[in-house]
Design a protein around this ligand. Structure first.
Ligand code: CTP
Ligand code: CA
Length: 224
């Protein structure tokens, strides 16, 4: 079924979804990245499309295959992801599920860095990447009506996520506890709290697909 033919509560709505990690080159063969399979972002894009949304899916080099039946833009770096998001605007909503690398190597080498045999260690200088979620949330023109961010935390989940909501200026933050003992990182399930100006909504632990369906339904309600 072509996505454009699907009817549903999100028919006629354009939604941008970012997903996966970004890879920031050190040299042509090495990079730094966050850990991210891309599973949650991919599931969200599918769930939004199933409700009739026209989805632009912008993904870093993820482990899972991108969803079919929608526009897919593949990027590597945070700067490329920001450019892809900006060029996909305007949108009714944007869901930033990507695990964007916070820093890039300030001047990546065009040639492979070689060990010189002396045991000397390379020293990498970093630069901060643009914050895509904050940039879009603070846009004067073209800001989507609904901007949703994620916060994967290992402690004080709600406090950190609420601070992020305020700092970045988005409408909702989908927060989760990714401490090793939860087994959430890289797994099939997720347990999230959706935080907005109205407060914190605790969802029980469920599959990433179920989290995505519930989030898509909540987005449909907010945009209606
Ligand atoms: N995000 C983004 N661009 C960045 C960093 C993060 O768009 N350069 C988005 C993520 O996609 C996510 C949200 O911001 O939706 C929160 O990401 P997170 O890494 O938790 O926030 P940071 O502000 O980077 O804070 P931390 O120091 O905890 O990594
Ligand atoms: Ca970060």
């Amino acid at each position: 079924v072509e996505a454009a033919l699907v009817s549903g509560p999100l028919k006629g709505k354009h939604i941008i979804v970012t997903s996966g990690p970004t890879h920031e080159p050190i040299d042509p063969v090495r990079y730094i990245a966050n850990r991210s399979s891309g599973a949650q972002g991919t599931a969200i894009a599918r769930a939004l499309a199933a409700l009739g949304a026209e989805v632009t899916f912008i993904t870093g080099p993820a482990e899972v295959d991108p969803p079919v039946g929608m526009a897919v833009r593949r990027v590597n770096t945070a700067n490329e992801m920001l450019a892809a998001v900006t060029s996909a605007l305007p949108a009714d909503a944007a869901v930033f599920a990507a695990a964007v690398a916070d820093w890039r190597v300030a001047s990546a080498s065009d040639s492979k860095i070689k060990k010189d045999g002396s045991g000397a260690l390379p020293v990498l200088e970093f630069a901060e990447n643009p914050d895509i979620l904050a940039t879009v949330s603070k846009m004067k023109k073209d800001r989507p009506n609904l901007v949703v961010g994620f916060a994967a935390e290992t402690d004080d989940v709600i406090a950190h996520a609420t601070a992020k909501l305020e700092r970045k200026g988005c409408d909702w933050i989908v927060a989760n506890d990714v401490s090793p003992e939860t087994g959430i990182m890289g797994g099939a399930e997720n347990a999230v709290t959706v935080i907005s100006a109205d407060g914190a909504d605790n969802w029980p632990r469920m599959t990433k697909a179920a989290v995505s369906e519930r989030l898509a339904a909540k987005i449909a309600e907010a945009l209606s």
